[in-house]
Design a protein around this ligand. Structure first.
Ligand code: G3I
Length: 354
């Protein structure tokens, strides 16, 4: 505790007293982003003001997924995407596209039609990606082309996916090729979770990346969702970042948050070991955020630092509470949108000498 006080509390006091005007995007050596749910977001002035002040990259938490865009064949719904794209342009923020292909957000009508007519799915894949990526060519800087194609743990390809069921793993490279054909300048990511802790899963992702690079499949980056827990050893995270960085690809911490409780990766699967957030926990989380940023900065070469994006930036709106049905405090800002020690720890990570 004493160590935490000096490592975090003293600098936090310094930042708090002298760093009142900390703007994360101004002190960061790489883009700092956050996800938003565009409709509730735009109605909340305090949230918008904070987002504009601290972030220069933005990701849609839900509105840019297939089940929100093409609810029936041939009918595309672009309004919400246009809204968030216009917000990003107006506020000079990088627009990141999440995501093109994800088993979870593939609409039922697509799954049904693919099972009736398997050959149709590849044609739909090409048409959907062509329609979507060409509409935002030169506007959306990078894409999570394929999200979570591997099982939650272990390293096998995810079997419960219409894409894998009908097309096998080839759907992944086809998605990358189709996206690159339309927008050769877009940065194309493979995005997944638990690869910062499950080395079997990471190794499977890296084997796929290596194979893609050998065969000229246009993959540009790896997205670590980075939904981590306080008890994941820094050494493990550092090891995985190093292995990914060694590919030479862009590395994006794409959905960052740090929780105290645990879960089984499934909806409602939370185990609430901590019922409330105390001062010691706040300081420990601040240190963890500082360590994470320092690892990212020191392990990933500068030219590969695509940036750090948070999956929501305040505890009140975090997906963790809704999805895992448990209380937790994963973000930099608290339920009242005030900066926590985690905010100052993260800031220290961005500015400390390496
Ligand atoms: O907007 C409707 C609302 O009108 C309706 O009343 C309500 C009833 O359930 O649903 C609302 O939509 C929900 C949407 O989030 C709103 O944000 C969907 O049901 C719900 O499934 C959806 O969950 C999103 C989830 O992905 C599935 O798409 C979460 O917000 C989003 O944070 C989460 O994000 C994922 C990343 O895409 C991939 N990595 C993991 C991450 C967390 O699960």
């Amino acid at each position: 505790m004493i160590r935490l006080i000096f490592l975090i509390l003293v600098p936090t006091f310094f930042f708090h007293s002298f760093g009142q005007n900390i703007n994360l995007k101004d002190i960061s050596p790489f883009p700092i982003g956050t996800s938003v749910r565009i409709q509730p977001f735009l109605k909340d002035k305090k949230l918008v003001d904070l987002q504009k002040r601290h972030f220069n990259s933005i990701t849609s938490g839900n509105d840019m997924k297939m089940y929100e865009i093409i609810k029936k064949e041939g009918v595309y719904y672009w309004d919400r995407i246009d809204t968030i794209v216009n917000y990003a342009k107006t506020n000079n923020q990088r627009m990141f596209g999440h995501n093109l292909i994800w088993h979870f957000s593939t609409p039922r009508w697509v799954r049904n039609k693919a099972r009736e007519n398997p050959a149709w799915l590849d044609k739909f894949l090409k048409e959907y990606i062509t329609e979507y990526v060409s509409r935002y060519k030169g506007v959306i800087h990078g894409w999570d082309v394929v999200n979570e194609a591997f099982e939650a743990s272990g390293g096998e390809y995810r079997k419960e996916s219409i894409w894998y069921e009908i097309m096998g793993k080839e759907y992944i490279e086809k998605a990358f090729r189709y996206a690159h054909e339309v927008d050769p300048d877009a940065i194309l990511f493979y995005n997944d979770f638990n690869i910062e802790r499950d080395t079997s899963k990471l190794n499977s992702v890296l084997e796929m990346v290596s194979d893609f690079k050998k065969r000229g499949v246009p993959i540009s980056g790896i997205g670590f969702q980075m939904h981590i827990r306080m008890d994941i050893p820094n050494e493990v995270i550092a090891y995985t970042l190093k292995k990914a960085a060694d590919t030479g690809l862009q590395i994006h911490l794409s959905e960052t948050d740090i929780i105290f409780n645990i879960h089984d990766d499934n909806k409602g699967g939370g185990v609430e070991r901590y019922k409330e957030l105390n001062e010691e926990m706040k300081l420990a989380q601040a240190k963890k955020y500082k360590d994470l940023v320092l690892m990212y900065r020191s392990i990933v070469p500068k030219e590969q630092q695509y940036g750090i994006t948070f999956w929501g930036f305040n505890d009140r709106d975090t997906w963790i509470r809704r999805f895992f049905n448990m209380n937790d405090w994963p973000c930099l800002f608290d339920d009242n949108l005030n900066p926590k020690p985690a905010f100052y720890g993260f800031s220290q990570g961005l500015t400390s000498e390496l």
